[in-house]
Design a protein around this ligand. Structure first.
Ligand SMILES: O=C(O)CCC(=O)C(=O)O
Length: 344
């Protein structure tokens, strides 16, 4: 038998607004504009996703008669396969997305990208205007608004990398560290030179995910490796903004969704349309702007996740701070600066 020993309040009772993101990740996300999550997908999950991508790619090639050397992209990918659909609410990543975007979100875009080896590629400047994949940030036509010289934080993308990108020039995405904090006009300024020190070639192993601000300037290295590069992207924006790949998802797909899935697919949980505040026809409001109860089921989901996280933290704390009956004194002498986890 053991008794819990009182040793200051456990972390679960301290204010902790985040479901999953750590302080370091949060800082990196704000300053650099991206974070990498290694092994986000297990090897088995990666294999399944590669199969899905290959099936779609083959189908596309047969339908369009394209060659095995052509790059391929499919948008609104979530509607093309259950496995692609399932990733919209992937349990390891959605908490991070909610941590940075909040709960009033939807999918803005989802895409599969395939880039075979580029046999005849002529080496040029990375991301050059007019090249095969110029530097850009994601934005609708006419651009996102620019406030105080920069694009406000309006959306996040999650990249899932399915093939090995650890080699230089294997088709990996490159990002300019911190570029979300620069004027988007500079990308198109021929006199502006990106400091090579700021360029990060995302050389990652299969299964790695990148959560990034899409205002970050990005381009691709050519794929000069011997294997085809395959990856997936899921973009999330706010429900009060419009989606990018769809206006309204297919009714059959929406009918099969859980409330959270429906929200992520940009729909309210019941018929869309305006509501009248206090029943007053003079005060119509879109439910994307003023959600009705139940329109944002991610809120209740996030509360449940937070409760589970606190319970987990509490159990961990109890494990570390429990002494056998009869033991005297403080259970753990935690050296200043070290975390209790170091002592496990
Ligand atoms: O990695 C890719 O193939 C494309 C990345 C990109 O440009 C994007 O997601 O906007």
């Amino acid at each position: 038998m053991s008794i819990p020993v009182a040793q200051g309040p456990p972390r679960p009772f301290e204010p902790e607004p985040y479901l999953a993101i750590t302080e370091t990740q949060r800082r990196q996300f704000d300053e650099d504009g991206f974070i990498l999550i290694e092994d986000a997908l297990s090897p088995d999950h990666v294999d399944r996703m590669i199969n899905v991508v290959d099936t779609l790619y083959d189908k596309h090639r047969k339908a369009h008669g394209t060659s095995a050397e052509d790059a391929y992209q499919i948008r609104n990918a979530l509607a093309h396969h259950d496995e692609l659909f399932a990733l919209i609410e992937y349990r390891k990543i959605l908490p991070l997305v909610v941590d940075v975007m909040g709960v009033n979100i939807q999918i803005r875009t989802s895409h599969v990208d395939v880039r075979p080896p580029m046999k005849d590629h002529v080496e040029g400047e990375l991301g050059a205007a007019g090249g095969f994949f110029p530097w850009h940030s994601d934005a609708p036509n006419y651009g996102y608004p620019v406030t105080n010289g920069i694009v406000p934080f309006l959306e996040v993308k999650v990249g899932y990398y399915l093939t090995d990108l650890t080699e230089h020039n294997s088709g990996a995405i490159c990002v300019v560290r911190g570029s979300h904090l620069r004027s988007p006009r500079l990308i198109h300024d021929p006199d502006y030179h990106i400091d090579p020190e700021d360029i990060v070639e995302v050389n990652v192993r299969p299964g790695t995910a990148m959560v990034w601000r899409t205002a970050l300037w990005h381009c691709l290295t050519p794929n000069l490796s011997a294997h085809t590069r395959k990856c997936l992207y899921y973009g999330y924006n706010h429900r009060w903004a419009r989606p990018g790949d769809y206006d309204r998802q297919d009714a059959g797909l929406l009918a099969r969704c859980t409330p959270v899935q429906r929200q992520l697919l940009g729909s309210n949980t019941t018929e869309d349309g305006v509501v009248y505040q206090d029943g007053d026809p003079a005060h119509p409001a879109s439910r994307y702007w003023r959600p009705e109860p139940g329109d944002v089921p991610l809120e209740a989901w996030a509360e449940r996740q937070m409760k589970k996280k606190r319970a987990r933290d509490w159990r961990r704390w109890k494990r570390r701070n429990t002494l056998p009956v009869g033991a005297v004194g403080s259970p753990l002498a935690v050296a200043e600066g070290s975390q209790p986890a170091d002592l496990e």
